[in-house]
Design a protein around this ligand. Structure first.
Ligand SMILES: *Cc1c(COP(=O)(O)O)cnc(C)c1O
Length: 379
């Protein structure tokens, strides 16, 4: 099936006792057994729950994966992946990785004798030389497009490096969504989503997901999910599954608005630079056009002015709400330096270009003309 059909139908089951077209929310912690260890495949809801299972089938289908696993948050999914590793492992991480992922690596997992190396992965040669430098390199952590600088990383090139060194390649695909980019098809071993963002899509939940077609990794991750217990509630699993049905149509409008807003900003004299992979001027536009079928609604730009000018701009916006997060139906604006990326070490922020005049937009699914008019009056 093609993506829009998959979104609507994957994991959909008719409820057998009533014929209800919508599968129920099974609010149960446990399941009655006929005899000890003789049951219908469910024994405890941390291990499995029918509502969650239906949603996980749908998640797998959206990425063309054999298996899907859902988590209580995107970062719980990140944790599960890191827990695959033995102490002493070395992990290569893209330098402008999501702030919360970087914080988890630097402040929590670094205590467990794991060595995180942050590198600019827009340069595959730098990744290659870092990977071959040590046999302890076990994981390559890619996020593309990155956050908030919108760098694009060549997933096929990363997959080649991972294969030749025996490392696992993980791609955080949150920004592109499964509609515009499928990293498993490009050679990745695991795909990660913060389903809080585009998959949830309505700014009303927190969730995470992992998809893989590697049986060995699935079995280990399934054990980590069960043993660690960072699972979503049946209510959240239902809500995310429901959201998935409209992912395709939502992404089309996010993409339309993203392109229009990026082009408008690029033509405005108050704007110094626009970062959007769909613009021809983007340094990795060619790679983006090869591995993505759309560019989403995330646009970063540098205002040609001081922090005071930025504050005035933010106050004047009427439709774009000042808030963390992204990927919801409503448009949001964020100031990475003071908000989402405040936990990134200052010298790293400087190196990446996350300064006082950088603004990040999450274009929602409102009318394009209204979004542009709002930005125009605020500028
Ligand atoms: C939000 C986000 C995360 C973390 O997900 P939570 O659901 O907030 O825990 C990870 N990666 C990216 C790219 C994100 O945007």
């Amino acid at each position: 099936m093609k993506p829009f059909t998959t979104c609507v139908h994957a994991g959909a089951k008719v409820e057998p006792t009533t014929g209800a077209i919508m599968y129920p929310i099974f609010t149960t912690s446990t399941y009655v057994q006929e005899e000890p260890a003789k049951h219908k495949g469910f024994d405890y809801s941390r291990a499995d729950n029918p509502t969650r299972q239906a949603y996980e089938e749908a998640l797998a289908a959206t990425e063309g994966a054999q298996h899907g696993l859902s988590f209580a948050s995107g970062l719980a999914a990140v944790q599960a992946v890191v827990q695959l590793l033995d102490p002493g492992s070395r992990i290569l991480v893209c330098d402008d990785v999501y702030g919360g992922t970087g914080r988890l690596f630097r402040r929590l997992f670094a205590k467990y004798n794991l060595d995180f190396q942050f590198i600019d992965m827009a340069d595959p040669a730098a990744v290659k030389s870092a990977a071959v430098k040590s046999a302890a390199t076990k994981l390559i952590w890619v996020e593309t497009p990155t956050h908030p600088m919108m760098k694009v990383i060549d997933i096929r090139a990363m997959a080649q490096i991972a294969k030749s060194t025996g490392a696992i390649l993980v791609v955080d695909n949150t920004f592109a969504s499964p509609i515009f980019q499928n990293p498993l098809n490009l050679g990745a071993d695991i795909v990660l989503h913060s389903t809080t963002k585009y998959i949830g899509g309505h700014s009303d939940l927190i969730g995470g997901a992992l998809m893989t077609s590697r049986q060995d990794l699935f079995e280990q991750l399934k054990f980590i999910q069960f043993a660690g217990g960072a699972v979503p509630s049946p209510f959240d699993a239902y809500l995310m599954h429901r959201s998935l049905k409209t992912l395709g149509v939502r992404m089309m409008q996010h993409n339309k608005n993203g392109i229009a807003v990026a082009e408008f900003l690029a033509s405005h004299k108050r704007v110094r630079q626009v970062m959007y992979p769909g613009l021809k001027s983007h340094p990795q536009h060619t790679v983006a056009a090869e591995q993505m079928s759309g560019f989403s609604g995330m646009v970063s730009f540098d205002l040609n002015g001081t922090y005071d000018d930025v504050l005035k701009f933010l106050k004047k916006l009427k439709i774009f709400a000042l808030a963390e997060s992204l990927g919801g139906v409503e448009s949001l604006v964020n100031h990475p330096e003071k908000m989402t990326h405040a936990s990134v070490p200052e010298e790293m922020r400087k190196k990446l270009g996350i300064g006082p005049s950088l603004i990040r937009l999450s274009c929602g699914i409102e009318d394009t003309d209204d979004l542009i008019a709002d930005i125009n009056q605020a500028l």
